[in-house]
Design a protein around this ligand. Sequence first.
Ligand SMILES: Nc1ncnc2c1ncn2[C@@H]1O[C@H](COP(=O)(O)OP(=O)(O)OP(=O)(O)O)[C@@H](O)[C@H]1O
Ligand SMILES: [Mg+2]
Length: 243
Amino acid sequence: MNEDVLETQARLSSLGLLAAGTAHELANPLSVVKSGLEYLDKGLERVRADKGLSKGAREELGECHNIVAEMKEAVQRMLSITAELRLAVRQDSKTTECDVRDVVEKALSLTHNMLKYKAKVEKQFKHSSLVFGDESRLLQVFINLLTNSAQAIAENGIVRIESDENEGFVVVKVADNGSGIKEEHMKRLFEPFFTTKPKGEGTGLGLFLVKKIVESYGGDIQIESKVGKGTVVQVRLRAIARG
Ligand SMILES: Nc1ncnc2c1ncn2[C@@H]1O[C@H](COP(=O)(O)OP(=O)(O)OP(=O)(O)O)[C@@H](O)[C@H]1O
Ligand SMILES: [Mg+2]
């Protein structure tokens, strides 16, 4: 692996590594809680089926069942967060070379359902080099960016993806004319768990992971935005001339 990239990886935020380590440690106990709750839920159902129960007892068990269902949902959410964080620092991803165009096209087809009713997608690819990075991780990057654009658009949106080459980097811009980002939020976009979305819609890990992945390949990310106008996310990835 290229030395610059190793250095960048070494500099990766210790906060991220700590978060991933913690996530790893939490996955097992959370699984225990999850299977315990499933067992409890079945037990409650069995008891509730008893014909001899008083109305009051049946209502009480119904309430317990609702609480267990909420807890199961909460545990599932915690497990998804731990899975995402663990994926972010997975060491086994292959660092190879790939064509950003293929990656973007794949990301677009995977997010097609989210975008089709509310936005038109425009593309213009002007790069020719390959980029340094693993295709499946870079796919995660563009899925996250397109998802954010889709979520920022109410209707009649435009999502524009452009690529170019500059100073040894392939530069990809993902632009949307969605809600835009408030000035006071700009500094916090890459913080883990920073989200402005309603509970259940966003975990606030998207851009944190995107930045981590892009930087692990020696690239960088920049975001510009204006409330009411839209957002432009620029990702730069190291170019490798086609051999
Ligand atoms: N294209 C965009 N347009 C408007 N706001 C955006 C855009 N991209 C990101 N944001 C803002 O940045 C916040 C953080 O984004 P991020 O992708 O990290 O988390 P999320 O989308 O809230 O949750 P997750 O990606 O984990 O589902 C969002 O909640 C939103 O406020
Ligand atoms: Mg997101």
